[in-house]
Ligand binder design. Structure first.
Ligand code: PGA
Length: 262
């Protein structure tokens, strides 16, 4: 794992966006795995800026999102489909046909999940997968004790996640769906690069367990220790519990510029 600590979430977001921009420039038909939640929003804004001001071209890019709530239509303002349109897609030039999210209204959920996996394969696999992390260590909606080799499937949200996400539903936990469709941990591990973002002290415990703890399904993100190319972008407050914090900073500071967005 490569741990990149910045003073602020703002700086982390810009650095992470540069990794994605380099990927898209080098391979214009890249396949990007995208995430929702509050964490990647600033990074998406930087990608939008690069598209608008620097001509970063997404016209051949394909995307697959990690997850979606079951039972929310795409028009619902808390559906992840809606979120992605509002936060990113409406500003970029990705063809609509290249954009994929699980369908929370699918009639046959197992068949839909299998089809989603097949679409990722048919696209050639994911080049860079963007990840947030839950305060309980989840990635996508793979909650603690999820199989570390799971595939796209329906999952039940934990009470903690429902509580965390209720802020998007006017603070009303009863409005948060109980189920979701999520890429599996096995699916995520097949991405050629994983790029995890975590900001704020509320993520510090999940971050230290992910980076320095034992690999365990109790902290699903810890499986990234097994990934050959996992970058973890965190701000100072998410880094407070890391034992080797100064070492990670020293390593990153010593990198040649060309290697920083590889
Ligand atoms: P957040 O969610 O970005 O809103 O903190 C991350 C997650 O639950 O995976």
């Amino acid at each position: 794992m490569e741990i990149i600590i910045s003073q602020t979430a703002e700086e982390s977001s810009v650095l992470a966006a540069r990794v994605i921009a380099r990927q898209v420039r080098e391979k214009p038909d890249s396949v990007l795995g995208l995430a929702t939640g509050s964490t990647p929003i600033r990074m998406y804004q930087e990608l939008i800026r690069m598209h608008q001001e620097e001509g970063l071209d997404f016209s051949r890019v394909t995307t697959f999102n990690l997850d979606e709530y079951v039972g929310l239509p795409r028009t619902h303002d808390q559906s992840y489909y809606y979120f992605m349109q509002e936060q990113l897609f409406k500003y970029l030039n990705i063809p609509a046909a290249n954009i994929h999210l699980p369908d929370g209204m699918a009639a046959d959920i197992p068949a839909h999940c299998a089809e989603y996996e097949a679409q990722i394969q048919a696209a050639g696999g994911i080049d860079i997968q963007v990840l947030g992390i839950g305060s309980d260590g989840h990635i996508a909606f793979n909650e603690p004790t999820s199989s570390l080799s799971s595939r796209t499937r329906i999952k039940t949200l934990t009470e903690q996640t429902i509580e965390d996400n209720s802020r998007f539903f006017d603070g009303d936990e009863t409005q948060v769906p109980r189920h979701c469709i999520t890429m599996g941990i096995g699916t995520i591990m097949e991405a050629r690069m994983n790029l995890l973002l975590a900001f704020g002290e509320g993520k510090a415990e999940a971050v230290v367990q992910t980076v320095e703890g034992p690999i365990s399904s109790m902290i699903p993100a810890s499986i990234l220790q097994h990934h050959q190319s996992a970058k973890v972008f965190i701000d100072e407050s998410a880094a407070t519990k890391l034992k080797l914090k100064e070492y990670y900073k020293w390593v990153y500071a010593g990198k040649p510029e060309w290697q920083k967005d590889q």
